[in-house]
Design a protein around this ligand. Structure first.
Ligand code: FAD
Length: 451
């Protein structure tokens, strides 16, 4: 298909270099990536995506796919590739009886949350509303209620997918089961998902508590967290974040602007039960300040929307950890103290719960048994400081090497991720079936020559 044929077939906007809006359209969330695709195609449906794929294939150009554009390594965009940008496919419709939703391939988490909330339903997903559903779900998907219900990828019931040859297929439990399996957590590039069918869960009020600790008390607080994690109910998620305290009224004067540990708890049991369960975590090490509220799942999901604005410079390196030994705690606190940017954080949490309850054969997600997860999120504004911030994030994770648990979470991996898992041996076969020529960029599951 040549450009004229594409223009005739494609109903959405096509943006070529030099066209008005090209520079705006090629921007993604992470300001680090300044890439220039050969074409930005914004489909209005699967048929448009199919036309863009046939055009790219005919022109010998690779294809990248953009859901919410939040992949920190910028995998959704590449120089001289055709970018299929799904940002006009954000519609979400809910079937409250069946407890399912249909979500466009470009839906953001907040689109899903706002459509499901009026029905007291939700799809477990990530914690920042402007993140894309597609990338997050295809790579796994951790969030506030993951320990209770499982990963986002565990909630993909089906998908409409446009393949490398331009055909449009439905992946479900009865058709293209191998493709559905791979879309559940492999982070692979097998086609363009233009629509997901999602399983929803009942969501009620959630008790949300936060406690702040000065760094000197952080090891003791995290030791209490470590003891608590192994016995906590799956209703709870406890999330530790080392960051710099703001200067709001709720922050004690001596902590303002200082590196601190915030321990946040979200508990979705009945409220009295949640109060009792979550109080224990703070009991042995009294925090310098704490707050508590009972909020809706929707409000919880919206809480961090301002925390990670688009356009700043970001780099993440993450790892799974076998345990939070005293050695781990010592090094995390050291790294928090050495943090070169007031905008960066180190986040740590205990996983397991419902993540391990799912039949591992039903999805390609490779990290179900991982106990703890740590991410060093570097964030800064001045390109002159790229080196020191990237080195801090990498160095933080490298300093914990002794305690690394196998594999690395694809959704937080830098481009040159040397700890990427070898992957399930079935994935290259799925890739070979659906994208033998590796039209969809990304080498994670390239088809081997011998299948
Ligand atoms: C602010 C922020 C908060 C985050 N919070 C969490 C969190 O709480 N939990 C968590 O698990 N992760 C979290 N993440 C990581 C997140 O899961 C990844 O960044 C993910 O890649 C984002 O998905 P996206 O659609 O926005 O990405 P994009 O950059 O648009 O896409 C990333 C990749 O996904 C694939 N893809 C995207 N859309 C499609 C599609 N429609 N069809 C086929 N393939 C597609 C492509 O391979 C693409 O390269 C967060 C990231 C950010 C930036």
């Amino acid at each position: 298909m040549d450009t004229a044929a594409l223009r005739a077939a494609f109903t959405g906007p096509l943006i070529f270099p030099g066209d008005p809006g090209y520079d705006e359209a090629r921007r993604i969330w992470n300001g680090m990536h300044d890439r220039r695709p050969a074409l930005i195609a914004r489909p209005l449906g699967a048929a448009d995506a199919s036309a863009a794929i046939r055009y790219a294939s005919g022109a010998g150009l690779p294809v990248t796919v953009r859901g919410g554009g939040h992949n920190v390594a910028g995998t959704s965009i590449a120089d001289e590739a055709v970018l299929i940008d799904l940002s006009l496919l954000r519609e979400v419709t809910v079937d409250p009886e069946a407890e399912t939703a249909e979500a466009g391939g470009g839906a953001l988490l907040k689109d899903v949350d706002s459509a499901t909330a009026p029905h007291d339903l939700g799809c477990p997903s990530g914690v920042v509303g402007h993140t894309g559903l597609a990338g997050l779900a295809i790579g796994g998907g951790y969030g506030w209620i993951t320990r209770k219900w499982g990963l986002t990828c565990d909630h993909i019931l089906g998908a409409e997918v446009v393949l490398a040859d331009g055909s449009i297929v439905q992946a479900s439990e009865t058709e293209h089961q191998d493709l559905l399996w791979a879309l559940r957590g492999s982070a692979g590039n097998f086609g363009v998902v233009t629509r997901f069918t999602l399983r929803l869960r009942p969501v009620g009020p959630i008790l949300y508590r936060t406690a702040l600790y000065p760094l000197k008390d952080a090891p003791a607080a995290l030791r209490a967290f470590r003891e608590f994690t192994v016995k906590q109910s799956d209703d709870l998620r406890v999330f530790g974040s080392f960051q710099f305290a703001g200067d709001g009224e709720a922050i004690p004067a001596e902590l303002r602007g200082e590196p601190i540990l915030e321990l946040a708890v979200a508990c979705s049991a009945d409220v009295p039960e949640s109060v009792a369960q979550s109080a224990e975590i703070y009991a042995s090490v009294p925090p310098a300040a704490q707050a508590e509220e009972t909020i809706s799942y929707y409000d919880l999901q919206s809480k961090l929307n301002e925390a990670a604005p688009a356009g700043r410079r970001y780099f993440t390196k993450a790892c799974y950890l076998t345990d939070l030994t005293d050695g781990v705690l010592e090094r995390i606190v050291e790294a928090a103290r050495a943090n070169p940017s007031g905008l960066s954080s180190i986040d740590v949490e205990y996983l397991r719960g419902a993540i391990t309850d799912v039949d591992p054969a039903g999805s390609a997600f490779p990290h179900r048994e991982a106990p703890f997860f740590l991410a060093a999120w570097a964030s800064w504004t001045d390109p002159a400081h790229d080196g020191e911030n990237i080195a801090w994030s990498r160095g933080t994770v490298a300093s914990l090497k002794e305690w690394h648990y196998e594999g690395s979470y694809a959704n937080y991996a830098p481009e040159d991720d040397e700890s990427a898992p070898a992957g399930d041996p079935r994935l290259p076969r799925v890739k070979h079936t659906y994208d033998p020529g590796n039209l969809f960029r990304g080498e994670r599951h390239a088809a081997p020559a011998d299948v």
